[in-house]
Design a protein around this ligand. Sequence first.
Ligand code: ATP
Ligand code: ZN
Length: 296
Amino acid sequence: MSNIENTPYNNGGKLKLAIQKSGRLHDDSIKLLKECGIDISNGVNKLKADASNYPLEVFFLRDDDIPQYVEDGVADIGFVGENVVFEKNKKVDEAEKLGFGKCRLSIAIGRNDEYTDATYLQGKKIATSYPVILQSFLDKNNIKAEIHEISGSVEIAPGIGLAEAICDLVSSGSTLFMNGLKEVEVILKSEAILIKNKNLDAIQQQLLDKLIFRIQSVKKAKNNKYVLLNAPNENLDKIIQLLPGMKSPTVLPLATEGWSSVHSVIKESDFWDIIEQLKTLGAQGILVVPIEKMIL
Ligand code: ATP
Ligand code: ZN
């Protein structure tokens, strides 16, 4: 089936995607869909919205509920943090990491308390919204502690005498700092992932494969940059070695004698390292531009 968008499907022909209604993952979820060429007609205050140019129906839900909806098949797929997926422990499959919503689930204690290792937590009261993940960390370390489950503002628990430690999501650490706490143990690194129902039919799977292909192209593009520069011919070989490109760099002669223009693709993570070396080799007029999509 080559043009699946134009063919009728059994379940109304749409893939049902659950995303967070509002909160930290909402905007990045919509943005990723947009980068995949999928527009959602203003659905923010509704329960669901249709994509105008992909057979996709988007449900807006609390992130905590997304794994259950996907397990039950009310939604076929969902965008949700790995932290929530592990905590809820539902029967769903992970299909793709999404590259946003990065954070860590960490143990924090009072800034002036002295932490040695996990045995510090023995017999302590720990406040968290993640009792399942925390319990498994404690079990792995043979520690018995009292887990105090609270649903929000976990970071104030030590200050009001509710707990001696907390286990909570951290990104910059500024919330901990403001509450007189310090991070002492990372128990999970998390980012948003695409989860899927275990019983997708062939057509739903085909629609999902197509979506995942687009997501991968967007992710690859974000991790790479397009570089253009002018290189003195005497160092051309060395410069080309630094810039492998997708196959090999494009080299064009410049009007100025003894110089060439070199175009290539480099990894974002290698960027500063390579730029320094290129400058040392006499490269000039270096332009680094973002790539929108990348298909290998
Ligand atoms: P909801 O109303 O949907 O239940 P929430 O209050 O549980 O929302 P948010 O604070 O919006 O959730 O966070 C949603 C997800 O964003 C988290 O589960 C986590 O995967 C991710 N995230 C990324 N950085 C952070 C952070 N610094 N603190 C909390 N969550 C973060
Ligand atoms: Zn939530």
